[in-house]
Design a protein around this ligand. Structure first.
Ligand code: GRF
Length: 208
């Protein structure tokens, strides 16, 4: 089976990127991270990519000022690098319908809650865990899903939950959930690389 070529899009620290790099190097999935792109030039994830000799690009919204122009540049790069799978790993930009149409069920995202709870407009990063804490939720977790034209609404690939200790603060929840992210994102990538994922009526079937 030919190795899938993976592009990882980031905006920040890149700990999910790092978990993918580590698992790739351990031979956990039949894929190769061929390209890392960040919209934030200061994203530490770019350094992680460079340290692992992965092409790492900062694409600035100053050069591509609209969502459409920005994503057309991404599409150009994905074609140049012959990308099969796009992973959004802490990527905070809007993804346009044009990019989604080019890569149907080939763009996956990691979200730090059990969607559909605590997802959608305004729910990203620490804001998610603050809302979970404020609500007094008893469980939280992470979700890997295919990206569709909604916000955090695409077909769910994997989820993993964790019981919340009432003493935990939002930052404690964030830390526990991030550990789950680092487990389920590489697993979803593994299933994709092995062509084990099919989507029917917005449901993802995993051919185990
Ligand atoms: C993670 O919490 C992820 O769920 C969210 O953004 C954060 C990215 O963290 N999308 P990192 O940059 O992968 O460390």
């Amino acid at each position: 089976m030919a190795k899938k070529k993976i592009a990882v899009l980031i905006s920040g620290g890149g700990s999910n990127l790092q978990s993918l790099i580590d698992r790739q190097q351990a031979g956990f999935f039949a894929g190769e991270i061929s390209l890392v792109i960040s919209n934030n030039k200061n994203a530490y994830g770019l350094i992680r990519a460079e340290q692992n000799k992965i092409p790492a690009l900062h694409i600035s919204k100053k050069d591509y000022p609209t969502n459409e122009l920005y994503d057309r540049k991404l599409i150009e790069l994905f074609a140049e690098y012959e990308i099969d799978l796009i992973v959004l790993a802490g990527y905070l930009r809007y993804v346009t319908p044009e990019l989604i149409a080019k890569y149907p069920n080939k763009i996956i995202n990691i979200h730090p809650s059990l969607l559909p709870a605590f997802g959608g407009q305004g729910f990203y990063g620490a804001k998610v865990h603050q809302a979970v804490y404020a609500r007094g939720a008893k469980v939280s977790g992470a979700t890997v899903h295919f990206v569709d034209e909604g916000q955090d609404t695409g077909p769910i690939i994997l989820q993993q939950a964790i019981n919340l200790d009432t003493k935990w603060q939002p930052e404690d929840i964030a830390e526990k959930v991030l550990r789950i992210e680092h487990q389920i994102l590489p697993l979803a990538v593994k299933y994709f690389c092995e062509d084990k994922l099919t989507v029917e009526n917005n449901r993802v079937y995993i051919d185990l």
